[in-house]
Design a binder for this molecule. Structure first.
Ligand code: ADP
Ligand code: MG
Length: 219
């Protein structure tokens, strides 16, 4: 599902990624770990075309991201969902509308939107709050809205950048369980985190970055 081939990323003279190679199979779940500044976010940004490698190649499914044309980009984006540390919800829109946003932006038919949104909210156990405003939610609930928004278009690949960074250990566990459930439904999941305890509690593969180099790939 994901393939990095000798990917190097330079910002000026700084090496953010240094000849990184690995692959992830469909419906595999892995953690991306490493110190702050190790290159985790940079690696994830490559997977959504927000960065291009200085050298090397990134493949997602059958898409060679170097060769992605502007008219392929929307189709590619539909394959991927992203969860951030801070979900950045629109404060004046309901939970329902926040989750519906990517579907509206991607031009999904209006008639399918309510069912998709309700299904996504059900998966994160927030159906009862669909008309609430983000300000009325706890931080754990807001993060679950962010996850619902990331999966509402049923992506094949789910990426998360420090998704539990703002949550206490109990809530973090709950969020991890959600990611595992998506994996069990066939979604490929890659989670960047610097929380070692979280990683040790899970049986999944670990990719470790150290100053841009992949020093552990779990294979
Ligand atoms: P992590 O997410 O593991 O904390 P990052 O991927 O954010 O690490 O950063 C990796 C390295 O690349 C750091 O040294 C950071 O300063 C540098 N970096 C990241 N993005 C940029 C950018 N847009 N411009 C310049 N340097 C960057
Ligand atoms: Mg980061």
């Amino acid at each position: 599902m994901i393939q990095f081939e000798n990917v190097t990323k330079r910002y000026g003279t700084r090496l953010a990624l240094d000849e990184v190679s690995f692959s992830l199979d469909p419906s595999e779940m892995a953690f991306l770990v490493g110190h702050s500044g190790a290159g985790k976010s940079t690696l994830l940004r490559h997977l959504v075309c927000l960065e291009a490698p200085s050298e090397g190649r990134v493949m997602v499914g059958n898409f060679d991201l170097r060769k992605l044309s502007p008219d392929q980009l929307p189709m590619f984006r539909r394959k991927v969902g992203v969860v951030f540390q801070d979900p950045q919800l629109l404060a004046d829109r309901s939970v329902f509308e926040n989750v519906a946003l990517p579907l509206r932006a991607a031009g999904f038919d209006r008639s399918v939107i309510p069912a998709r949104v309700k299904a996504a909210l059900e998966q994160v156990e927030l159906s009862h709050l669909e008309q609430a405003l983000p300000g009325e939610l706890s931080s754990g609930q807001r993060q679950r809205v962010g996850i619902a928004r990331a999966v509402v278009h049923k992506p094949a690949l789910l990426l998360a950048d420090e998704p539990t960074g703002n949550l206490d250990p109990e809530l973090s566990k709950k969020i991890m369980k959600l990611f595992t459930q998506f994996r069990n439904h066939g979604v490929t999941v890659l989670i960047a985190t610097h929380e070692q305890a979280l990683v040790e509690a899970q049986p999944f593969r670990v990719l470790r970055l150290d100053q841009g180099r992949l020093v552990e790939s779990g294979r």
